[in-house]
Each structure stands twice: as C-alpha cells, then as structure tokens.
Ligand binder design. Structure first.
Ligand code: PMP
Length: 288
C-alpha cells in the first residue's frame, strides 16, 4: 500500500510519524474521511472545504493548496489501484517540543491513506441496527466546536465503549441540555408522519457531508425536513430512523434504548432515500 506523506508516496511500512508530532501528543490536528465510488471521489470539494474550515478554526495553516490536496487524494486512489474505497486525509500540527505550544511546531504533517472500510456488519444494512443512548455527553460547543473535525475523538470513543458495554454497535449522544446531538461517528435522522427530522448542527452535530446529501435528497423528493431540537422521546416514537456517515453510508436503526422504532424493521421512506443516495454517490464528486 502506498501512503501520501508530506508530498511523497511511500510504502505503508515507511509512512512514519515522529513521536514529537502534536497530532499524536495532543490530538492537535484535523482530518477528513472520504469515499470513493466506482472511481468517483464523492463530494471531494465539500470535504476539502470542511477541512479548510476546521484548519481555520484551530489556526492551522495547511501547507498545500486546495488543488494540490485534491490531486493528492485522487493520486492516492490511483497509486493503490482503488476504484471503491475510503480515504483518510489527516493534517496534524506537526513536530514540536513536549509543551503544548502549537507555534513551536515547524510544519504541519499531511498524510493520506486510501484503503477500504467496513464499519458495520453487512447484514445490519438490511436488518437495521439496535442502538442505545449513552451517559457520556457530546462535548460542549463552548469547550470545542463539534463542527471542527479534529483528531480529539476521546469523547466519541468513551461513548462507543459505553455502547459496546450495553451490547450495541453505536451510541446516541446527547448534548449538555439533554437533546440528541449525533452518534459517535454518524449523524442521525428520524421520520415521523412523513417528515424528516434531524438534530440542528447547533445541538452538537457535525455538519456531515452525508447529512448534507440526505438534506438535498429530501428537498428533491419533496420530503419536508426540519433541523431542530430533538429529544429521546421523539426518537422512541419515530416511524423510522437511520444513521448517516461517510464510512457508515446510510444505515437503518430499528431499536433504540429497548424501544422498537416503528414496525421494528427498515421503513419505506428510508428505502427511497437510500436508493437515491446510491444513485448520487456515482455522480456528485471528482473522477480520479
Ligand atoms: N459525526 C461525527 C462525530 C463523525 O465523526 C462523522 C464521520 N466523519 C459524522 C458525524 C458523519 O459525517 P460525514 O457524513 O461527513 O462522514
């Protein structure tokens, strides 16, 4: 496997990071997870826009241009002979000393891994997931804007462990006010009486690229969509529920906190959205 590392392609075994890199020492850095479908990098421009917004938010200067980054992503896929896969693009603060000071880090580290990913067992895409709400709350926007896709995932990892302890593959995370924010690596939607509802980004949800795609699909299918405050009660009494994420794609949820959602199986509105999603992933984006 070839890895893009600071402007060069190297073998995976030679793609090493310094122990003084602040991405490792402090989680000081940002990333994107991007999908490749039949040679099409899905919504590459939108991912790069979010990466640059994350960089601006943490005062990190990405050392390559957006066009160079786009070219490096496509070249990573070609170098690895990938037509379908998952691309992980990471920019860290770079090598510094043992203190926090990011201004002592000389140059951000940029690397790109183009590989494959299977987030959930294949059968859960047709049967649906059973998930739980966990005690760990989504980090407060006052502490760290959840819109920044940073390398600090401990908050999400604690929630993921709590889900596993409860026998579930994914966790619903609430914000400090007790409203539903998102899952550990996915956004969440419900359908209630023909309306599509999802937590507003102000509730602590990442501005997901897949979430945005679903919002566009809802508009085109003329499904009313509301981004708002939602409680667990709203989820328990929904007709359908699904999660969205680049790695997860669109996956139905049939049970939350021991309550069956709707009929306890994937529903018709979710199916319609999913069919449209599969159509779009081949057309919206950048050919490698
Ligand atoms: N929320 C979190 C916390 C995530 O890590 C992700 C995955 N990147 C998402 C939501 C989904 O975002 P996207 O659709 O852009 O992958």
């Amino acid at each position: 496997m070839k890895i893009y590392m600071d402007g060069k392609f190297v073998d995976a075994a030679d793609a090493n990071i310094s122990v003084f890199d602040h991405g490792l020492l402090y989680g000081d850095g940002i990333f994107e997870g991007i999908r490749l479908y039949e040679g099409n990098v899905f919504r590459l421009e939108q991912h790069l826009e979010r990466l640059w917004y994350s960089a601006k938010a943490i005062l990190l200067d990405i050392p390559v241009s957006r066009a160079e980054m786009a070219a490096a992503v496509c070249e990573s896929c070609r170098q690895n002979g990938l037509r379908d896969g998952y691309i992980r693009l990471v920019v860290t603060r770079g090598v510094g000393d043992l203190g926090l000071a990011p201004w002592l880090c000389t140059k951000p580290t940029v690397f790109i891994i183009a590989d494959r990913i299977n987030l959930y067992p294949p059968d859960t895409y047709s049967t649906g997931l059973s998930i739980v709400t966990v005690p760990t709350r989504r980090v407060s926007p006052a502490a760290l804007p959840p819109a920044v896709k940073s390398l600090n995932y401990l908050n999400n990892i604690l929630a993921k462990i709590e889900a596993r302890q409860a026998g579930a593959l994914e966790a619903v995370m609430l914000n400090e006010q007790g409203f539903v924010a998102e899952c550990t690596g996915d956004n969440i939607f419900i359908i209630h009486k023909g309306r599509l509802l999802t937590p507003a980004v102000q509730e602590g949800a990442l501005r997901g690229v897949t979430r945005d795609t679903i919002c566009d699909i809802a508009r085109d299918l003329e499904l009313p969509l509301t981004e708002t405050h939602l409680t667990r009660y709203d989820f328990w009494n929904a007709d359908e529920c699904f999660l969205t994420g680049t790695a997860a794609e669109v996956i139905p949820v049939v049970k939350l906190d021991g309550r069956l959602i709707g009929a306890g199986k994937p529903g018709p509105v979710g199916h319609r959205i999913l069919a449209e999603f599969h159509r779009r992933v081949l057309t919206e984006g950048t050919r490698i």
